[in-house]
Design a binder for this molecule. Structure first.
Ligand code: FES
Length: 64
């Protein structure tokens, strides 16, 4: 890996927003998504983990 410069923002009562040269790898080290911006689930209820699918809104997730 090289040139990793990523900004991670915890959105209020929502997912983690990642901005930059973002790559998500599976346990085998294969890239499963690559993008300039993506959202990772923080509530634990997404049906598309590790990505946010909007479920946090349905369950009124609160990050405390
Ligand atoms: S944070 Fe969005 S589905 Fe979990």
């Amino acid at each position: 890996m090289n040139n990793i410069d990523i900004k991670v923002t915890c959105l209020k009562d929502g997912p983690l927003m990642l901005e930059g040269n973002v790559k998500v790898l599976n346990a085998s080290g294969e890239i499963i998504r690559e993008a300039e911006k993506m959202f990772l689930c923080r509530c634990g209820q997404s049906n598309n983990k590790p990505f946010c699918d909007g479920k946090h809104k349905q369950i009124n997730f609160s990050a405390g």
